[in-house]
Ligand binder design. Sequence first.
Ligand code: PHE
Length: 325
Amino acid sequence: MFNQIKEKALKEIAQTKDLKKLEQIYRRYLGRKGELTKVLRSLKDLPDKERREKGQLANQFKKEIDEAIKTKDREFSGQSGSAKGKGWIDVSAPGLRPPEGHPHPISLAQRQVEDIFQSMGFSVVEGPEIENEYYNFDALNIPKDHPARDLWDTFWLKDIDLLLRTHTSPMQARYMEKHQPPLRIIVPGRCFRHEATDASHDVQFYQTEGLMVGRDISMVHFKGIVEEFLKQFFGPEVKMRLRPGYFPFTEPSFEVDIKDKKKNWLEIMGAGMVHQNVFKEVGYPLRKWQGFAFGVGLERLAMLKYKIDDIRLFYSGDLRFLNQF
Ligand code: PHE
């Protein structure tokens, strides 16, 4: 009889696959109402000699079953990744390192731009991504119905007089309204344009505006500061050139190109001397101040620096791309 119970118990133990079943087996055989316990209890009615013999045998079986259950229990708790309270922890095993993130390449570029300009005395300020028509256009000397507005393909917000800013330039007006020169700021931020996307254009992009105003700030200051910035960002061998350009809020206006590895000139920023109409609009007395402004594309900078050939990769969320930075 004992043998039968033992064989059955051992077989069940061998076949269990989890701790819960193992506990059930323990209760079924060795618990207070377990099968083996019951048999052990019934021994008390037997004659002395028989009781002693059977008692020994029963206790030995009990031990064997108990041992088998313990072994199995250790097997379960020792399994890697098992966080069950039972069993043991190998404190000498190497830990599992949680995956560590890192900044997006555009954030990396932005931080570097901020560091460089801060080292030259510029403050970093931010403005709203949802703008109104006044700051995005009117205050920047772009009157309603003027064809220059078409230079910025705009996302208008439905039913309310707001838009997604098409550039960071609105912060020129917002900042100057509240501050008197001399001033030096940069404005990093996200901009939006209603354009067809291709390898170098996306509907959203990052720009950093620069603005420096004082008594006698001239194009010479502009060229010196931008050249210094580019040298620190790309390295001392960087080549830049200024080309005439057109923006309603600067006069004269220019575009800045830099030479890439294939010796092609690439446009990275629009710039110019702040138009007196903009000063007038923010309440500065006419012809008292002068200064320069620029808007540099952060994606363009990052693409040149990290040799990325498609702007759309930045927003793809593709880890094969992002993990390279
Ligand atoms: N805001 C212009 C653009 O997005 C760039 C610019 C900024 C030009 C400042 C001149 C001065 O195209």
